[in-house]
Design a protein around this ligand. Sequence first.
Ligand code: ZN
Length: 238
Amino acid sequence: MPGPLSNSIREAFCQHYALNRNAAEAGRHVGITMNIYRFMSIPEVAERIKELEDEAAHNSGIDKDRVMQIWWQIANVDANEFSQNRIGSCRYCHGQDYEFQWKTPREFREQKRAAIEKFKLSQDLTHDDDVRIPSDAGGYGYRMTREPNPDCPECDGLGIQYQVFPDTTKLKSHAAFAYQGTEVTRQGVKVNFAGKTDALASIAKAIGMFNDQKPLDVSDSAQKFLETLMGSKAPLSK
Ligand SMILES: [Zn+2]
């Protein structure tokens, strides 16, 4: 390992580059005028950069194997962990004789009272069993979360759609890696999460799957990990 370079400009460049990962900016910062990539290919500069990167990885407790595992977890996240479109029963699916089914007697009472008040205000109600006043002939116990009734004549067994957003504080670890926050927008709730396509693209790039570029170096444990995932020997360089 080269350790700090005796050439202070080279050392300053390596330090700056290892921190910010921007070669052009690091070059400007220390006043390098030659082609920056040629500068970076000077053996002691390249070695020193690698050394500083390894140190940073070690200090942060993260390495390429771990990053690869996180990508793989993100690539395998089931979108249902963040938002679900479910199908439940309609109000007539399980009602007595397929009449409107109420959730509870309280719900029925309140709706009936509201209807009576409305018609009384308009002095339009002649008797309390007016057909416009809700009836509880369909009974009680409606649950949207029940399965639709395939014989329901109102929804043809298709039920109704409803959306569920699971508690994001209880996401499993692999989904928690992908979770990027929830926004309340005018259109409703929007759950943001890292896309599996991007994660797969990152993995493919890292193992040099679709191009002739030199793949990233990976350790033996990452090689084994990928072989397990892919069921074959992955094209990794050592
Ligand atoms: Zn129905």
